[in-house]
Design a protein around this ligand. Sequence first.
Ligand SMILES: Cc1ncc(COP(=O)(O)O)c(C=O)c1O
Length: 483
Amino acid sequence: MIPEPTIDAMEAFLRETARFGNLYLSDEQEAAILDDLRSAGARLLGTTADAVAVVSGASEGLSQVASLLEPEDGTVVLVGSDFPSVTYPWLAAAERGGISLRFVDDRADRDLTRDLVEAIDPATVVVAFGVVQYATGTRVDVRPVADRAHEVGARVVVDATQLAGAGVVDMGAWGADALVTSGYKWLSAHGGVALLALAPDLVPRRPALVGWMGAEHPFAFDPLRLRLAETARRFQLSTMSYASATGLGSSIAMLSAVGFERIEGHARGLAASLIDRVAELGWRPFRPPDDPSAAPHIVSLRHADHDPAVTAERLASEFGIVCGGRGGGLRISLHVYNDGDDVDRLVVGLGDGLAVEAAQPVVRGPALHGDAERRHVRDLDRVVLAGEDRLRQVRADLLRVDVERGDERDVPDVVPAEVDVHQAGDAGGRVGVGVVLDALDQRRRAVADADDGDSHLTHAGSPSSSSGDVPCGQPADPAPSPG
Ligand SMILES: Cc1ncc(COP(=O)(O)O)c(C=O)c1O
């Protein structure tokens, strides 16, 4: 999603252009829009401004790189389930002849980094991959791949679109030869702008595609001599979307101020809670969260009995939760604006929940009309409406807590709440039950503490408290669904 200050910056730019055209935009100011973004992009990606070009899409950048490197023969190593923008330039190159392609699988039972390293042999000329796989969230450790590739003289092309903005990108430390990121995914800007960064020895090469904005002096308009910029600016083509470029600069500034390690840590906390809580519902992540090759911000959940695409549709229509069915999994994206309430909603949605209100305002939709129910629901901190299976499970948990504690006193407090909301649910034509999550959570925690962390109680559907550690004050809208 796009933060408000970014929308404001874009809107201001567009309004100015709509009113005055270029009247108040000098050539220097126009050039500065992209130059400033190149500097910000360099800090973001761990390289220098001279090595960065602003392009209009990751696909453009990746195609530029493929043309720049286009080897006459040899093997290009790719990931078979990567985003098509990474593989298409090489499929096209293979069609033109000369090179062959080797695809490595992203398998849950294998380490993708190791498989990439092992796929490299003396015939390898290029290794190209997304550092975080868009469908599964598998993360590649770039350094060992680059080390092995460079041993055999191959180049490494990294698409960081699914990492930049959500975690640390460090092209220099990774040893990548070329790196691209789109601006409209985790970088939280609008489409039509992307960054391309090149290793120093690739910067002076002549791009396959050239445009007037790549000239050393674009505003000299010299049609007879091709004098390209000496920096990676030579890869810039045209009068691109300056509004998007302005927006990307704003979003990079905001995200950088929060800090990418912190953003990653936030996603890690949410992912751990989510994975823990959906386990009892039969949803498993593609890779366990403690696997170093599992990126925390993209969790791909799988279920033996549920089609992820169908579940994604149901979550969207019934709960307003946006996530995608991708690569055989339900892809959950966890960014800086998501919080524990979003995880609560998702957990209930993935259960047999029919509707959920996990945060204020708690009353919404026809199921909760009627004054009595409204009043009652408002009295509660957090209410979840769930189906009958879920109720049974929660009741069983409650009873187990009480039996183990020898304390049944609190059960009646919870059950009437369930009954009232149940009636409200019936009124809406659905069977629903209310569960007071905070009460349940507190009770579980108390038992877990007394019990020295008896894990089956804290684990079984225990809702995490809203973490409250969201670094950025964005509203807890549905999670984004990056491509
Ligand atoms: C990994 C990856 N690379 C590239 C793209 C496409 O970027 P663009 O539209 O800027 O070409 C996407 C879009 O989802 C993506 O996930």
